[in-house]
Design a binder for this molecule. Sequence first.
Ligand code: COA
Length: 168
Amino acid sequence: MLCSLGGSPWVELVYAGCHYKLERYTAQDKVIESISAIEKKCLPRTLALSAEELRAVVKRPNTVLLYATPRHGSVEVYGYLLAFQNRFALHISKVVVAKPHRRCGVARALIQEVFSCTKKGSATLHVDPANTAALALYNSIGFEVDGILEDYYSAGKPAHKLAKQLEQ
Ligand SMILES: CC(C)(COP(=O)(O)OP(=O)(O)OC[C@H]1O[C@@H](n2cnc3c(N)ncnc32)[C@H](O)[C@@H]1OP(=O)(O)O)[C@@H](O)C(=O)NCCC(=O)NCCS
């Protein structure tokens, strides 16, 4: 269950007995360090961003970084979403959840939260067709294949371009 707390800058997520909160990036260095640690653990070296690279990315206009942390206490990040957004289009660059917190609905909640800020237009993302967990996640949210990007990850390794029309 995702419950919006009025004008509060964060959203509380309660799912399967876990309590999380989702926040927009608030320039805390500990958040960036925590995200960079997950990048190193969960992504191939070629795709993982260092803390310095992440700091540069979040300064770009139209960049959105949403992350889930424990409801109370530390700023340890459990999962995050990086996207580029304007009023009419959204491109999700990555969604990553730390292993101990997977299958609790964190990725779905992050995506639904970023959708709520893009009222119309379409959402797109690129995914490795071999990444069955990510494909299942995106399919369950209503994304459909909208093209193939040959040699995207490396020679002979294509990406699927997925798209979803957002409701008004
Ligand atoms: C893909 C990933 C982000 C999913 O995060 P998550 O928080 O575990 O996903 P959720 O709990 O929100 O899952 C939502 C739905 O996605 C599907 N799903 C997620 N992980 C799945 C898996 N391993 N196998 C099958 N289906 C899966 C299910 O339909 C799930 O709903 P259900 O649990 O009710 O069956 C996570 O596995 C991850 O971080 N992987 C490594 C990084 C990555 O590949 N990111 C995507 C490309 S950038």
